[in-house]
Every structure is written in C-alpha cells, then in structure tokens.
Design a protein. Structure first.
Length: 244
C-alpha cells in the first residue's frame, strides 16, 4: 500500500509473543527483555491524540492509566507539539499513504479491472492520485524533520500513551449504507495510527477494557524511532502490571 510506511504488524495474544516475532524477524536468538519501569515515564499527550474521544473510550483509557499510576508507573500529561503539527500537515497537504497507494496501484486505476474493486477503496485511491506535486514534496521533505523532532520531544526513558483509536467499532450496516459516514469513520479511526506511522514510531496496541456497550478499547504505547527493544520491554512490564 505505502512502501515507505508499511511494516509488519503481527496480531498476537501477548507482548511476549511480539518479542519472539521481533527476534525472529531480526534473525537473533530470543532475548529476555526486562524493563525497570519505575525509571520509565509514560507521557499522555494533550491535543490531537485525545481529541474527539467517545466517552466510553475516554473512560476506559483513563481508568487504565489510573491503574498503571497506582502500580508504580510515572505518568505525565503534557503537550507534544510535533503530533499536532503532523496532523496539521496531513490536513493541509494530504497523506503520504494516499500518495503512495495511488502510485502503487497506478496501473489498476487505468485498468478495466478497477470495476472489481470496492468503490470506497477506489475513492481513496483517486483522492491520493489527485494530490498535487508540491503537496507530495512537502509530505516527503517534512518527514525526516518531524521524525527528528519526535525523537527530541521524548527522553530515552519516555513513551507516549494514548488511545489507539478515538471510537469503538461502529455498526457495519450504517457504514455500508452511507459512504460519507464510512469516509468520516475511516479517517477518524486511522488518525492516531497514521501519525505514529509517519513519525516512524514503534508502537504496541494493548487492550484497556471495554466501553459502556462492551466493545473493546485499545491503548497505544509508542516510543521514538529505533527504540523497539525498549518499547517491548516496557510493554511487558505494563502487560504484567495490568494482569496483576
């Protein structure tokens, strides 16, 4: 879909399983990861990553953050401007994934085979295809600078903690009946994850309870680029604390 953004994101039952897969992908023997979590700080970023949360998502996330604080994790609420700046970049110029997806599927967009593709996917590809060259260049040129800014915004022992998506899963029937609602929900659920991907952040998505209707809610734990091992170690500690 997007060569500069795509990476393997395994679905696993535990963080330990994610560690095993990571070691296998790197071609190294499994290594035990242990985090001195009392020296780590979880930063809950104000601004875009918390914007427009459904009440049930906000409640589940806040409850889980409270449990982590009770169990010894240092938690700080603060602004991380690079996250909001990245969102502004997308709103102004479009998205890198939209550009690259349209480029990857350029031949398909000019082929009769396009009639076999879901109309909502076609619309997304056409939108990416329509992004003008100056916007494309701005998205590519700003990425290294924003990745560097994200690295500078977090100390080596800090990780971001935020809701993975701002809403619970919506009913399928309503999405199928209303293309505009589908597009709105699609953009909303991708918002936080797209920011992390553009900033080259390793991220763990962990369960953090359910909303008032019993639908699952997830929270994301993210660190600056290249901090994969530290993130997995911290994820093990958080998973263990929540299971205690």
């Amino acid at each position: 879909m997007a060569p500069s953004l795509d990476s393997i994101g395994p679905l696993v039952r535990t963080v330990a399983d994610a560690c095993l897969i990571d070691d296998a992908l790197l071609g190294r023997a499994p290594a035990f990861k242990e985090s001195e979590h009392k020296r780590a700080r979880l930063v809950i970023p104000s601004g875009i990553m918390l914007d427009g949360l459904e009440a049930g998502v906000a409640a589940a996330f806040e409850a889980t953050a409270g449990i982590l604080a009770q169990r010894g994790f240092a938690i700080e609420h603060r602004a991380v401007p690079v996250l909001d700046l990245t969102h502004y970049l997308f709103a102004t110029f479009g998205t890198l994934v939209g550009i690259e997806a349209a480029d990857v599927h350029r031949a398909l967009l000019d082929s009769p085979e396009l009639a076999r593709v879901d109309a909502r996917i076609v619309q997304r590809l056409r939108s990416g295809q329509a992004i003008p060259a100056p916007n494309r260049q701005a998205l590519r040129d700003n990425r290294p600078r924003l990745i560097a800014a994200m690295t500078a915004a977090l100390a080596p022992d800090e990780a971001l903690l935020f809701p993975t998506v701002p809403m619970a899963a919506p009913p399928i029937a309503a999405l199928e009946a209303d293309p505009a609602w589908f597009a709105q929900c699609n953009a909303r659920v991708l918002r936080n994850t797209m920011i992390g991907s553009y900033l080259d952040m390793p991220v763990l998505a962990l369960p953090c309870g359910t909303d008032g209707s019993g639908l699952p809610v997830g929270m994301s734990l993210a660190m600056a680029t290249g901090r994969d091992d530290a993130l997995l170690a911290l994820g093990l500690a958080i998973e263990g604390a929540l299971a205690a």
